[in-house]
Ligand binder design. Sequence first.
Ligand code: UDX
Length: 423
Amino acid sequence: MKISVIGCGYVGLVTGIGFAELGNSIIFVDTDDVKVNMINALKTPIYEPGLEELMGRNKGRFYATKDYREAIQNSEVTLICVGTPSMEDGSIDLSYVKASAEQIGRSLSEKDEYHIVVVKSTVLPGTTEEIVKPIIEKESGKRAFEDFGLAMNPEFLREGNAIEDFFKPDRIVIGVRDESTRSWLEELYRFFSCPKLVTDIKTAEMIKYASNAFLATKISFANEIGNICKKLGMDAYRVFEGVGLDHRINPAFFRAGIGFGGSCLPKDIRALIRRAEELGEQPRILRAVIEVNENQPLRLIELLKKHVQSLRGKKIGILGLAFKPGTDDVRESRAILIVKKLIEEGARVLAYDPKAVENFRKLFPDIEYASSAEELVAESDAIMIVTEWRDFENLDYRGKIVIDGRRIERAMKEAKIYEGVCW
Ligand code: UDX
C-alpha cells in the first residue's frame, strides 16, 4: 500500500518505517526541514533503539517531504501522527491536528481517487468526528465516509521498545464508521496476528485514554503501597511479586519507584481529567494518580536528608535524566522535579545520562554535567538514581551514599549508605 505519514515524531517515524518493512511505500510529511533532511539521509531525528538500522534496511521504500499535496496525491492512506501536547491548564492542544487536517483537506480537494485518513494521534473521544472530520470536509468540499474514508487507530508504542511494540502489538484497535474504511484498514493490518478490535470511532479514542489512565493508576497504586512498605521496613518489589501472580492482576507496571514521566501518561491523564470536569464529572481516582506521581520524586530528597543534613553546597549526582531507559526523551522526566528541588535547597547538581544530556541541558543549562557515569559516582557527595539504565548496574558504588528511585541491584548491595524509595 502507499501510505503517507504526517508528523515524524516517535509515533510517525516508527509506524512509517514499520509499515515500510512490511512492504508498503511510505511518504513522510513534516514541517521541520531538519527532520525531513535527516530522514532522507537515512538518519533518525530521535533516538529509538533499532530504528536507524530498520531505516537503512528499507532504503528506497520511503522518503520525507514538506509538501502535503505531493504526499496525498501519491498515497492511498494518510496516517495523522502529529503531537497533541498539553496546554497550561492541562487540556489538550489540538493545533497540530487541526493544521494537518486543513492541509489534508486542501490536498484532497485536488484528488479524484478515494483516500483514507486515519487519526493515530492521541485525541479525546469525539475529536475525530467533531473536529477533524468537519475541517477536512470544509477544505476538500467532500463528504467523510462517502467521498473519503476516516478512521481512528490508536497507537500503543512504548518509547525505547517502539519497534518491538509495532511488530508484536497486544492488540490493534480500529475505530471506523463505514465498511469501505474498515476493509482498507483490515487489509493494512493483515500481517498482524494479534486480536483486532473494530469499534466505533469515539470508542477507539477512549480505549487509548482508558489504557493509559489504567497504566498510570497501576504505577501510582504501586507507589502508594510502596511508600507504606518502606515505612514498615518491607520490600515493595517482593510484595508486588506476590500480588502480580494473581492472573486477574498481572505483574506488569508494578515497578514502584519515583513515578511516571514521558510524553504520554502525564499529559493524557491531565487531558482526561479536564474533559471529565467539563462534563461535570469528578475524576477522583485520576486526580489522586497525578497527586501521588507529583509527590513521589520528592521522597528521594527526603531520604537524602536523613543522611546529609544540609544540602547547601553539597554535590549531588543525578544518575539518569531520561524519563525512562532506552530513550533521549526528557519530557516530564522525574529528574526535572528532583533537580529543581535540589537547586532550591542550595545543592550543587552534577548530572549524567547516556542519551539525554543534550535535551536536559536545554532545560537546565546551568547545572554541571559529568562526561561519564563513573566520573559522576567518583565526584558526588551523594548519588540519586533517577533512571534505571542497565549500565548503572556496572558502576562501583562502594563507599558511596546512594538514594535509589529505580532499584539498581548493584548499588543496593554495595553502597555504604543505601536507601530505596519503596524498599
Ligand atoms: C506509554 C504507554 O505504555 C504506551 O502504550 C503509550 O502508547 C504511550 O505511553 P511510554 O510513555 O513510552 O509509553 O513509557 P512506559 O513504558 O509506559 O513508561 C512510562 C513511565 O512510567 C516511565 O517514566 C516509567 O519509568 C514509568 N513506570 C513504568 C514506572 O514507574 N513503573 C512501572 O512499573 C512502569
